[in-house]
Design a protein around this ligand. Structure first.
Ligand code: ADP
Ligand code: ADP
Length: 227
């Protein structure tokens, strides 16, 4: 589903990703950990096309992401992304935040988009807040909306960049619960997170990055049980 082949990424002369080789299979949950500045966000941003790679190949469903003639919009439709800071549209209601992309990008009717959004809000436990504005909600609630918004494009892969790092501790659990539910439903997920409990419980694999390199790629049990 996602395949990095000898990927190199430079920001100017700064070598941010070094010889990245990584395959994520359909239905796999991969957790990425590592110190700040090790290239975790860069790797996610390359997957969703927010950043270009410098060398190597990056394939999503066998489509070369950075190849000539690749339609990035087509590829991006398959990827939902959740950021640390929610990034919801402040002047739109919860419901509008979710229906926007299905209407604009997928060309769904308002009615169909609303139905879809309501189903997703139900899934993340936020249906009763559909007419609220983001500023009226807690961080945990906003992040659950952001997850619903990511799902609204009905993507095959969900990418999470430190989804709980900006949350007060008491709100982390409710967001992780939603992510666990997605994982159990078979969603393919790449998650940058410091939440070890989540990694242990749901990750199929844990990838440890440092200094732009993958130093370890192991299943979660092996990863946490070694000395
Ligand atoms: P992490 O997510 O592991 O904290 P990042 O991928 O955000 O790491 O960053 C990896 C390194 O690349 C850092 O040293 C960061 O300063 C640098 N970097 C990230 N984005 C850019 C950019 N747009 N321009 C220049 N350097 C960047
Ligand atoms: P996060 O850890 O939440 O990903 P960062 O501070 O790493 O946030 O990056 C936020 C934004 O700043 C990104 O778009 C990244 O490309 C950019 N950025 C990060 N480091 C640098 C840098 N050294 N030079 C220029 N831009 C950077």
């Amino acid at each position: 589903m996602i395949e990095f082949k000898e990927v190199e990424k430079y920001y100017g002369s700064f070598h941010a990703l070094k010889d990245i080789n990584l395959t994520v299979q359909k239905g796999e949950v991969v957790v990425v950990i590592g110190p700040s500045g090790s290239g975790k966000s860069t790797m996610l941003r390359c997957i969703n096309g927010l950043e270009d790679i410098t060398e190597g190949q990056l394939l999503i469903n066998d489509v070369d992401l950075h190849g000539k003639g690749t339609n990035m919009n087509q590829v991006r439709k398959n990827l939902g992304m959740v950021f640390q800071h929610f990034n919801l549209y402040p002047h739109k209601t919860v419901l509008e935040n979710i229906t926007l992309a299905p209407i604009k990008v997928l060309k769904k009717s308002k009615e169909d988009a609303t139905k879809l959004a309501e189903t997703l809000l139900e899934k993340v436990g936020m249906l009763d807040k559909k007419d609220s504005y983001p500023s009226q909600l807690s961080g945990g609630q906003q992040q659950r909306i952001a997850i619903a918004r990511g799902l609204a494009m009905q993507p095959e892969v969900m990418l999470f960049d430190e989804p709980t790092s900006a949350l007060d501790p008491e709100m982390i659990g409710e967001v992780l619960e939603v992510m666990k539910k997605l994982a159990r439903e078979g969603m393919t997920m790449v998650v940058v997170t410091h939440e070890m409990g989540f990694a242990r419980e749901v990750a199929d694999r844990v990838i440890f990055m440092a200094d732009g390199q993958i130093l370890e790629d192991a299943n979660a049990i092996e990863f946490y049980e070694q000395p």
